[in-house]
Write a protein that binds this ligand. Structure first.
Ligand code: HEC
Length: 195
């Protein structure tokens, strides 16, 4: 190889590896989550879907390890606005699935042991890329176990598998609005399974 060729080889290797590192961030065509099309969301999920669950499961959290085997309640990730304009997709465990999928608007009483786990993807404007957001969890406890949150326990797992720290009231103050639905907000109508 001539020196010129060697230099070219080094440059192209750098360019290729540089591109690969960038691809891991899942580039997006628009940084406004509300402008993403269904096709954009599908391609983001193709890129990030496996990585997110690997990250959540790193800390050994049982929900993080299992939720992808639960019932998926949306046809794709939706952007509802709440939860930081993230792309959201909720899974329901066996105890919760039947009741949750009715998306009933009144008289809802979820059975004890119901669990909802909602994975999230954030659009990072600086990186121009989609990155993993927290896994949000709600668990229905026995009657009287947590009077301040109407017996719901709120939990969360960070993208690196560590537990998310927050006050129960932070979540419940908002979820309180859906009292007739047992404090569940449900996915956006257009992405609900069965709609
Ligand atoms: C500002 C209001 C708001 C706050 C604060 C909030 N949520 Fe939510 N949450 C929502 C909305 C709206 C939805 C439904 C959006 C969707 O999934 O598309 C939702 C859905 C959920 C779901 C899926 C079950 C359901 O309600 O249908 C879980 C689990 C959840 N949130 C957990 C949490 C946790 C844990 C916290 C606190 C760390 C939290 N939420 C804070 C508004 C909020």
């Amino acid at each position: 190889m001539t020196n010129t060729l060697k230099i070219l080889a080094v440059i192209s290797a750098t360019v290729i590896s540089g591109t690969a590192a960038h691809a891991q961030d899942c580039p997006v065509s628009t940084t406004d989550p509300f402008d993403l099309t269904e096709a954009d969301i599908a391609s983001i999920y193709d890129c990030i879907g496996d990585k997110m669950v690997e990250g959540y499961a790193k800390g050994g959290d049982m929900v993080a390890k299992n939720y992808r085997n639960w019932t998926v309640t949306g046809t794709r990730h939706g952007v509802a606005g709440a939860h930081g304009n993230r792309l959201l997709l909720t899974y329901a465990n066996d105890i919760a699935a039947e009741d949750y999928l009715k998306f009933a608007e009144e008289g809802v009483v979820m059975p004890v042991g119901s669990r909802l786990a909602k994975e999230s993807i954030k659009i990072n404007k600086k990186k121009n890329a989609a990155v993993v957001g927290p896994l949000f969890i709600m668990t229905k406890l026995e009657a009287g176990a947590a009077p301040k949150t109407n017996d719901w326990l709120y939990g969360g797992v960070l993208p690196n598998g560590k537990p998310m720290k927050f006050k129960q009231a932070f979540c419940h103050d908002c979820h309180q609005s859906w009292e007739d639905q047992d404090y569940l907000a449900y996915p956006l109508e257009e992405v609900r399974v069965g709609n």
